[in-house]
Design a protein around this ligand. Structure first.
Ligand code: HEC
Length: 177
C-alpha cells in the first residue's frame, strides 16, 4: 500500500515537472542548433565578427524593406492585399528568429550601430526581439484573414516593437559622421 502511494506520488511529481522541463530542454537545443549554424557560417566565411555585423545589418535592412511594403498598403498607397501583408510579415518573423543568433557575439565596431547595451542587458534585448516576432505573427494572421482593420492595428503594434528596441539598443546615426 505504501509502495503504491509512493508510486502515485512519484508519477504525479514527474508529470508536474515534465512540462517546464520539456520546454527548457527544447529551448536549449534550439540555441544549440542556432549556434551550430552560426559556427559553420563563421568557419566558411573566415570573416569572424565582421561577417556577423554585416549579416545582422542586412537582416535588419530586409525587415525594414518588408515593413515598407506593408506600410504602403496600410497607408492606402497600394491596394489592400492581405496575402502580401501575410507573406511580408512571415518574412519578418523568419528574419527576427534568425536575428538573435547574429547578435549573440558581442561586437559593435563601426559601421554597426548596435549599442553595447545589447550585451549588458541581453535578456531585455532578446525579449524585445521576441515581442517583434510575436507582433509580426499577429499581423500575418490578420493579413491571412483579409481583415483590413486588424492589419492596420497590427502594423502599428509591430512598428512600436521596432522603435522600442531601436530607442534602447541602436545608436544614433550622428555617432558616426
Ligand atoms: C530587439 C531589437 C530590435 C528590434 C525589435 C528591431 N530592430 Fe532594427 N535594429 C536593431 C539594431 C541593434 C540595429 C543596428 C544593427 C547594427 O548596425 O549592427 C538595427 C538596425 C535596423 C535598420 C538599419 C539596417 C542597416 O541598413 O544597417 C533597419 C532598417 C531596421 N533596424 C528596421 C527595423 C524594423 C522595421 C523593425 C521592426 C519590424 C526592427 N528593425 C526591429 C535592433 C532591433
Amino acid at each position: 500500500m505504501k509502495d503504491l502511494k509512493f508510486g502515485v506520488l512519484f508519477l504525479l511529481v514527474t508529470y508536474l515537472f515534465s512540462f517546464p522541463l520539456v520546454n527548457y530542454v527544447s529551448a536549449q537545443s534550439d540555441v544549440e542548433k542556432k549556434n551550430g549554424v552560426l559556427m559553420s557560417q563563421l568557419q566558411l566565411s573566415h570573416a569572424g565578427a565582421k561577417g556577423d555585423i554585416k549579416k545582422r545589418m542586412e537582416n535588419m535592412k530586409a525587415i525594414g524593406a518588408e515593413m515598407k511594403r506593408i506600410g504602403l498598403i496600410v497607408r492606402g498607397r497600394n491596394p489592400f492585399d492581405g496575402s502580401i501583408v501575410a507573406a511580408a510579415s512571415e518574412r519578418i518573423v523568419l528574419n527576427g528568429r534568425g536575428a538573435i543568433g547574429l547578435f549573440s557575439k558581442k561586437n559593435y565596431e563601426r559601421p554597426s550601430r548596435a549599442s553595447p547595451k545589447i550585451w549588458r542587458d541581453w535578456e531585455e534585448f532578446a525579449r524585445s526581439m521576441n515581442a517583434m516576432v510575436r507582433a509580426a505573427t499577429v499581423l500575418a494572421e490578420a493579413g491571412r484573414a483579409g481583415n483590413e482593420k486588424a492589419v492596420k492595428s497590427g502594423y502599428r503594434a509591430l512598428g512600436k516593437t521596432c522603435s522600442g528596441c531601436h530607442r534602447k539598443f541602436r545608436e544614433r546615426k550622428k555617432r558616426y559622421p
